[in-house]
Design a protein around this ligand. Structure first.
Ligand SMILES: NC(=O)C1=CN([C@@H]2O[C@H](COP(=O)(O)OP(=O)(O)OC[C@H]3O[C@@H](n4cnc5c(N)ncnc54)[C@H](OP(=O)(O)O)[C@@H]3O)[C@@H](O)[C@H]2O)C=CC1
Ligand SMILES: O=C1CO[C@H](CO)[C@@H](O)[C@@H]1O
Length: 311
């Protein structure tokens, strides 16, 4: 079994440079995917309160730890504080709820899912809406939320903190006041959206960039992104005896990011982890720049009215 290499985070913890995304994995598909992934050698799993699958992820992880197939410390478990828990008084409650669902006593990396706070009705009502159809947001400052997240590290509930869906100004503002530097920033990143200035800022502060939707969500009903059919990408795939998806993941790794592709199919899971035995040339890497049109898949338009809307 071959494991992915790791990157050292700015706090010394190691993160495998390829993880399993679990958005939209429900019921037995989730259980099967996480099981296959751990069997294949995945040691980094990305979930979120929002995905409603933390219980299943935790169940499979517990099964593997119980059977001594893996030790808890060998799996880098990432989850996210959902937007309804931004009020400082709710942060520890949310984290403890998630620890319980995941059936673990610490989370490796806890991300603020987005800078936008959402009104809390109940743990079940994750997307409360106003009568006009807008998301029912609140004005909690993400700096206050983050301060409460820092206490989770002090309490030993969380090892590393991170952010997701923050823009450059928001990250900069947070860096000016935080006590514990974020170890990672999770952002949409694939050949059609490579946010260079934001990534440069992360590099400067040694913040690891985690690439979400790294494959551009093929086979999810969206048209197949152009780079899959590009003659040069297809040629690269042939040259290295890989698939275009593997070439894309290799490109993102060579950019210095940590991709977290989601896959339910075993063939995909296997393919995505098998990207550590080749490297693209400078010319091949440069070719990918032609696809970078700032094409965002996730626009979070329901929060467009909010002062902290990031795009
Ligand atoms: N922080 C945030 O706001 C967000 C975080 N994320 C995280 O990022 C993860 C990945 O992003 P996601 O949006 O799921 O999209 P991805 O870009 O990972 O695409 C997933 C799709 O690609 C298919 N696929 C996987 N591997 C291959 C392959 N080798 N060849 C061809 N197709 C393949 C999958 O098919 P199949 O399942 O059938 O195998 C699935 O339909 C999420 O699951 C989630 O964990 C995502 C969005 C937002
Ligand atoms: O991680 C995510 C996946 O999908 C959600 C939409 O349903 C996003 O809001 C979120 O950021």
């Amino acid at each position: 079994m071959k494991l992915a290499p790791t990157v050292k985070l700015n706090n010394g913890y190691e993160m495998p440079i390829l993880g399993l995304g679990t958005y939209n994995l429900k019921k037995s598909r989730c259980v099967d995917a996480v099981r296959h992934a751990l069997e294949l050698g995945y040691r980094h799993i990305d979930t979120a309160f929002l995905y409603r699958n933390e219980g299943l992820v935790g169940k499979v992880l517990g099964e593997f730890v119980g059977a001594r197939k893996v030790q808890r410390e060998q799996v880098f478990l990432v989850t996210k504080l959902w937007d309804i828990y931004h009020e400082p008084k709710r942060v520890q409650y949310a984290c403890e709820l998630q620890l319980k669902q995941l059936d673990v006593d610490y989370i490796d990396l806890y991300l603020m899912h987005s800078p936008v706070g959402v009104h809390y009705n109940s743990d079940e009502d994750m997307m409360p809406h106003l009568e006009n159809g807008e998301l029912w947001t609140n004005n909690v400052d993400y700096l206050d939320t983050y301060k409460s997240m820092e206490q989770l590290v002090d309490l030993g509930l969380v090892r590393s903190l991170g952010l997701s869906n923050f823009n450059l100004d928001q990250l900069q503002r947070l860096l000016l006041s935080c006590r514990i530097k974020p170890a990672a920033l999770q952002i949409e990143c694939h050949p059609e959206l490579v946010q260079i200035p934001l990534m440069e800022l992360c590099k400067l502060h040694n913040i690891t960039v985690v690439a979400y939707s790294p494959l551009g969500r093929p086979t999810t009903g969206r048209p197949l992104p152009e780079f899959y059919k590009d003659t040069k990408v297809v040629e690269m795939a042939k040259k290295y005896q890989k698939t275009p998806a593997q070439v894309v993941l290799r490109y993102l790794i060579d950019l210095g990011t940590v991709p977290i592709p989601k896959a339910a199919q075993k063939g995909h899971l296997k393919e995505n982890l098998d990207v550590f035995d080749f490297k693209l040339t400078t010319e091949e890497l440069l070719h990918f720049e032609s696809f970078n049109r700032g094409q965002r898949i996730w626009k979070f338009e329901k929060a467009k009215h909010h002062q902290y809307y990031p795009y």
